[in-house]
Design a protein around this ligand. Structure first.
Ligand SMILES: [Ca+2]
Ligand SMILES: [Ca+2]
Ligand SMILES: [Ca+2]
Length: 156
């Protein structure tokens, strides 16, 4: 293992063991590497905000999907019954979707008919693996699994 992914595979479980105890460590899935990032899929359910805080506590943030290749990879992390929070919200301005790093959402993979702001209360983005991996806007208070992304640090 080289670089921060290898470091985290080895040391993050140890740090987490100290902070959270054995049970959480045993439940953790490993970080998955793709291009310049590592990805983590939770195995518990939280609302969008708590999901994001969990990622930040892991030195990451909710996943930002900015290419078709990354979308395909993210889909590969989920089984067919899993829908997951991603790092996208229109809570600042309804209809204007932003990633958690403040960048605008450009390339999109919305499910047809989405985002629909159903009942005016859907400000957080999810990957609907149950619907072919396309995106949906959903109520941020819903508790479900999530995906964190951690970028490699530049080497220069
Ligand atoms: Ca990304
Ligand atoms: Ca909305
Ligand atoms: Ca929706």
């Amino acid at each position: 293992f080289a670089g921060i992914c290898g470091f985290c595979v080895i040391f993050c479980p140890l740090l987490s063991l100290c902070r959270h105890g054995l049970s959480e460590v045993l439940e953790q899935k490993y970080w998955n590497k793709f291009n310049i990032s590592c990805y983590y899929v939770s195995n518990v359910r939280k609302n969008w905000t708590m999901s994001r805080l969990d990622c930040i506590a892991r030195g990451a943030d909710l996943v930002i999907i900015d290419s078709r290749e990354e979308q395909v990879f993210v889909q590969s992390l989920l089984n067919s019954s899993q829908d997951a929070w991603i790092g996208m919200t229109d809570s600042v301005e309804e209809g204007t979707w932003m990633w958690v790093d403040g960048s605008p959402v450009t390339i999109t993979f919305w499910r047809p008919g989405q985002p629909n702001s159903y009942q005016g209360d859907q400000d957080c983005g999810e990957v609907l693996q149950t619907e072919g991996g396309h995106w949906n806007d959903y109520s941020c208070s819903t508790e479900q699994i999530w995906i964190c992304e951690k970028k490699h640090k530049p080497q220069n």
